[in-house]
Design a protein around this ligand. Structure first.
Ligand SMILES: *Cc1c(COP(=O)(O)O)cnc(C)c1O
Length: 406
């Protein structure tokens, strides 16, 4: 991989017409070790957030020993780069053949579920392979309520009374049991974990069975940009969220229970930025070479404001407008699809024009992992960059990130 000090240096040297991902391994190591130090339990990285081999490898080297996986593709990706790592198979709804693969081939001994038919599926394979249920931990996924940019509790999770019954059933069979939840991605309300822990407490006290673990899932918010027009208060930073979570864990009486967290976004978001090129400027619209069907689907909901920095093409000698005036530009994606337009504008100098580049920061989560080949566009160029996106002074231009560099 080519190495540059900054994304700007990469853009000016490569003059790329295709999107370029800028990987910052040092930032990844810093963020994951920070998380592991602050969380009072085990850290299992959620592979779906970004399963690139360079990411998994860097995490394993940084000391991550557990990975949260959901499919055979993810089992293999982890095994390839970290043969000794433990895997937690936390998808509540699994194919029978995948359960077999997990137990038989990959030696996975931790799974999640939220329904009795899933217990039956698992038990069938446990019997077929003549395994002792006591060697396996089943986490019962409970419903949670909260506010996240991506709400996931509507899809998975047993209601409290149902969860009690599932815990008792699995315990009776001889499995070790735990409680897990996943509050959704990028929580937007700091009370979210506390409410989920309250539910877990209720379920535990009604079930009356020994708990082998409590898994608090993911959802930890990563830092993004700020829309200059937004009136919403800022979310507390990860440090504050963590200290509250530690307090709530004690408060609900879980400090003696083995704990696991499954962070994805907060670990990997800052580790990548993306260089895109302006293919055409039409008034206050910019047509770029990436979009919602490639690296930018995560921002499509409008709940996430991506920070961005302007990289003017020095080859352009004539420009219109005032470079000091920052204006909102509508950003249209590369495909011919009319929904391929970002829901939030990028705030950039008025002088931005065809041929310029934009570096979009904090793009490591749910970007590479969600890109499609739609319309034949598939960004897949990587370089290594040594300077963090938000290092140094204010960027020359930005999309809704006023606090950058302050
Ligand atoms: C997606 C997912 C995660 C990671 O969520 P982030 O918000 O990226 O931290 C963790 N656990 C489960 C079960 C998930 O589905």
């Amino acid at each position: 991989m080519q190495k540059f000090e900054t994304a700007k240096a990469a853009a000016l040297s490569m003059r790329p017409d295709v999107p370029v991902y800028c990987f910052r391994p040092d930032v990844l190591v810093e963020d994951v070790t920070g998380f592991m130090a602050a969380f009072p339990g085990d850290t299992a990285y959620a592979v779906k957030t970004n399963g690139e081999p360079m990411v998994l490898e860097t995490l394993a080297k940084a000391g991550v020993k557990i990975f949260d996986v959901a499919s055979p593709g993810e089992f293999a990706a982890v095994r390839d780069v970290a043969p000794d790592a433990e895997m937690l198979y936390m998808h509540p709804v699994k194919a029978q053949s995948d359960i077999r693969l997990a137990l038989e081939t990959y030696g996975i001994r931790v799974m999640a579920l939220d329904h009795e038919d899933e217990v039956a599926k698992i038990l069938r394979i446990v019997h077929a392979l003549d395994l002792d249920p006591a060697t396996i931990t089943l986490f019962i996924r409970i419903q949670t309520k909260g506010s996240a940019a991506y709400e996931l509790s509507k899809k998975f999770g047993a209601a409290p009374a149902h969860a009690v019954e599932l815990l008792q059933r699995c315990h009776r069979i001889g499995f070790k049991v735990g409680i897990c939840f996943h509050v959704g991605s990028q929580i937007q309300d700091p009370e979210t974990y506390e409410r989920a822990l309250g539910s877990a407490h209720w379920v535990r006290s009604r079930a009356g069975v020994p708990l082998a673990g409590l898994d608090v899932g993911g959802g930890f918010p990563a830092e993004y940009g700020r829309d200059p027009k937004s009136k919403k208060p800022d979310m507390p930073g990860i440090g504050q969220i963590m200290s509250r979570l530690r307090g709530d864990i004690d408060g609900w009486g879980f400090s003696e229970t083995p704990l696991v967290a499954e962070p994805g976004r907060v670990v990997v978001a800052r580790a990548f930025s993306l260089i895109v090129r302006v293919l055409l400027r039409k008034g206050r619209r910019l047509y770029i070479n990436d979009g919602i069907w490639a690296s930018l689907s995560d921002s499509w909901t409008g709940k996430i404001t991506l920070p961005a920095r302007f990289i003017p093409d020095p080859a352009r000698t004539r420009r219109n407008g005032d470079a000091k005036v920052i204006a909102p530009f509508r950003v249209c994606g590369a495909t011919c699809d009319s929904v391929d337009i970002l829901s939030r504008p990028f705030w950039l100098p008025e002088t931005v024009d065809t041929g310029d580049w934009i570096e979009i920061g904090h793009i490591g989560a749910y970007s590479m992992s969600l890109r499609t080949r739609f319309n034949g566009f598939y960004p897949d160029t990587f370089v290594e960059v040594t300077t963090p996106f938000d290092a140094g002074g204010k960027p020359e231009g930005y999309a809704s990130l006023e606090t950058m560099g302050e």
